[in-house]
Design a protein around this ligand. Sequence first.
Ligand SMILES: NC(=O)c1ccc[n+]([C@@H]2O[C@H](COP(=O)([O-])OP(=O)(O)OC[C@H]3O[C@@H](n4cnc5c(N)ncnc54)[C@H](O)[C@@H]3O)[C@@H](O)[C@H]2O)c1
Length: 302
Amino acid sequence: MSGQLDGRVAIVTGSGRGLGRAYAEQLAAAGAAVVVNDIDGETAATVVDAITAAGGQATAVVAPVGSTEVAATLVDAARTRLGRLDIVVSNAGVLRDRVLWKMSDDDFDLVVSTHLRGTFTLGRAAATAMREQGEGGRLILIGSPAGQFGSFGQTNYAAVKAGLVAMARTWSLELARDRITANVVVPTAMTAMTGTIPAYTELYEGFLQGEPLPRSVRREHALGSPEDVAPLVVWLASDAAADVTGQAIGIGGDRLTLYTHPAEAAVEYSDGGWTAELIGETWRTAFEKRRQPSGAVLPSLG
Ligand SMILES: NC(=O)c1ccc[n+]([C@@H]2O[C@H](COP(=O)([O-])OP(=O)(O)OC[C@H]3O[C@@H](n4cnc5c(N)ncnc54)[C@H](O)[C@@H]3O)[C@@H](O)[C@H]2O)c1
């Protein structure tokens, strides 16, 4: 893809480390100039230096996404320091995992503010700038399997990640005329975030030591490096994906997944409406065998 994004300008939030860093570096390698955003100034500076040393162009904005003000600062940095804005990757993220009855208001609000509000405020500011520019654009949102399936201990995170898919599908309708696409990447990769999940801690330690991940983990658990995920972001940002919008696409390790739009699994009608008794009867006779699962079903690591 080298050169595919020459002359384009991208904002990647939370790109001081992990997946965001891989997105920023691969977008830059494909020719885009990048606004590297993070709350950690040291990591953001390291990524800017790495991109520059590799012959690319980047600038850092150290600020927490969430507010309208920070969204405006990011868009302004793209336009004034790098000349325009074509691509937004709304990647910044935090976890505050607790079961429902132990989750505090602060746990909930921080996750909502970072992922959902941060994407809303930046998406709105970016769409406004892209519409003014009149040359189309790319809004790339970052989902999670947690948002697709539900996830034990992640009320806040599953809710925002599901919300982001609904946001992208809505934006794909609203921004189609302006040739601005909106898609969700559903990534899985070995990062500091994955390292906090007990089932993956041992694999993560090995990954950090340079041990190769087993093929089954790369395929069935869709787990590889952040660099395995970034090509999907580069492709969605490119002209080759100009007609791809409103999609949720998963990637990780050796696996690439197209997620369905939620669909009606079964439909029944009752002339004149339904009673509770009739609903119960219909549940047993028609719907129960189509009942939907909660949570992702993954093969055991053992
Ligand atoms: N790692 C995975 O397997 C996985 C799976 C599904 C979804 N994701 C999503 O991918 C994204 C990146 O995850 P990661 O695994 O690289 O995590 P990470 O913790 O390694 O990186 C997240 C980065 O975001 C930054 N950040 C946090 N809050 C911020 C804020 N308010 N403003 C700006 N920057 C902020 C952090 O400082 C950090 O550099 C997140 O949205 C996450 O939910 C990751």
